[in-house]
Design a protein around this ligand. Structure first.
Ligand SMILES: Cc1ncc(COP(=O)(O)O)c(C=O)c1O
Length: 417
């Protein structure tokens, strides 16, 4: 109880909530400033073009939504479901792996459904990592890859992902020199945020390293379904022996436009999956069954729609890359994924850091992008743009960025006399 002035009555010490140490171990959340300004602008009625988050804006296929409605009306689907996913869903995932990647999986022991791949990934880290354990994470890093390890009380070594050959060498070097050796390697191809891709041979080398040094592997394959110019992102599990050392996470959030539905999967090493299933069994009762039933239909009949969606991203990529190139930015067109990872023009890098640059684009240009520094120090000097707006809006975004930078340049030159 406190008086109107807020002081405790009768000299009582104020009650304090103290979080567990694992919360204090989390790295600072770098997108807070951007998100706060974005919210302010929206509330003030600004039409901000939001290229910040990889949150698909297109709807799922009509037949998937229809199936969902039908399943919702079925009274049998409203109880607790299975925490590892219903059998037919796991079978569908195994079927997709066989058809698309030639990988044979036992749906009973080698596939599990998760409440989005982020949930599965985080709980897998909780199952595998503990105090004193180290994970190698690709840098710049998708924040969850570090947060999940930190929350599990593990340590992170971030290795640059840009040059795949060098990345492999650095993994070997780290294993030779770190004591105790890393316990886990986290991979993500097509990589978020850098858009780096690999060929199947890369994973063959990873499996060899994993066996030589005894680390486990988690492949985050979130962008499996979004690829351009005929490129086919390889699955880690198609490398010989991959299932003996690791697992792979896939999701229906990206290619299927079902991000809000929270449907993800983990497949591969049965022991690792058992660890995840154990944690999940304590924490959740599984995904809403109607969602699982609609997901089965989407996986079974949705290939054409997924390809079509990929083509949409490909056209958006062309619009965005062409536009930025015309503004004088040096941008490498991505071969896959939902992002353009753009180097900030040199003149601007000399003037301000990446966070301030992104804040300026939002403040003055009404375009939200993710500052590269939000993905760790390796991301400094870059911004990530998600291709989640349509082509017209992307053209408009480029115009607004161009106008904003021109205006700022004029003002800066003006103040310098
Ligand atoms: C690399 C990567 N992994 C995982 C996720 C999360 O996917 P889900 O919606 O399945 O949790 C994302 C989403 O942005 C991502 O970019």
């Amino acid at each position: 109880m406190s008086s109107e002035s807020g002081h405790p009555i009768g000299g009582e010490t104020p009650f304090e909530v103290e979080y567990a140490q694992r919360v204090y171990r989390l790295p600072p959340y770098m997108f807070g400033r951007i998100n706060a300004l974005l919210y302010e602008k929206r509330v003030a009625g600004h039409d901000v073009i939001d290229l910040g988050m990889g949150n698909p804006s297109d709807p799922p296929q009509e037949f998937v939504m229809e199936k969902m409605c039908e399943a919702v009306r079925d009274e049998r689907n409203h109880g607790y479901s299975k925490s590892n996913g219903i059998r037919n869903l796991r079978r569908e995932v195994a079927g997709k792996y066989l058809k698309k990647y030639g990988v044979r999986l036992d749906p009973e022991s080698e596939v599990i459904a998760c409440l989005g791949s982020k949930e599965g990934f985080s709980h897998m880290c909780l199952a595998l990592m503990g105090p004193g354990d180290t994970a190698i994470v690709p840098a710049p890093y998708f924040p969850v890859h570090t947060y999940a390890v930190a929350l599990a009380s593990g340590n992170v070594i971030a290795l640059e992902v840009g040059d795949s050959e060098k990345f492999l060498q650095n993994i070997a070097y780290t294993c030779e020199h770190l004591y105790p050796k890393p316990k886990l390697l986290i991979l993500c191809y097509p990589h978020n945020p850098s858009t780096v891709t690999v060929e199947p041979e890369f994973f063959v080398e990873v499996v060899k390293l994993a066996k030589r040094y005894g680390f486990m592997v988690i492949s985050d394959f979130a962008y499996a379904d979004v690829a351009f110019d005929g490129y086919k992102p390889p699955s880690f599990l198609s490398a010989p022996g991959a299932s003996s050392v690791g697992v792979e996470f896939t999701t229906m959030s990206k290619g299927y436009n079902m991000a809000g539905w929270r449907v993800g999967f983990c497949a591969g090493n049965a022991e690792m999956i058992k660890g995840l299933a154990t944690i999940k069994g304590y924490y959740d009762y599984g995904m809403f069954q109607a969602i699982q039933i609609a997901a089965i239909v989407a996986l079974r009949e949705g290939d054409a729609a997924v390809e079509e969606q990929s083509k949409i991203y490909e056209s958006r990529r062309d619009v965005l890359v062409d536009g930025l190139t015309r503004l004088g930015w040096g941008v490498t067109p991505p071969k896959a994924g939902m992002f353009v990872w753009a180097k900030i023009p040199e003149v601007w890098m000399q003037r301000m850091n990446t966070m301030d640059f992104a804040m300026m684009l939002l403040e003055k240009g009404d375009v939200a992008v993710s500052p590269g520094s939000g993905f760790g120090p390796c991301g400094e000097g870059y911004v990530r743009m998600a291709m989640v707006e349509n082509e017209e809006r992307l053209r408009q975004a480029v115009r607004q960025i161009g106008r904003c930078l021109k205006q700022e340049e004029k003002e800066l030159v003006g103040t310098q006399g």
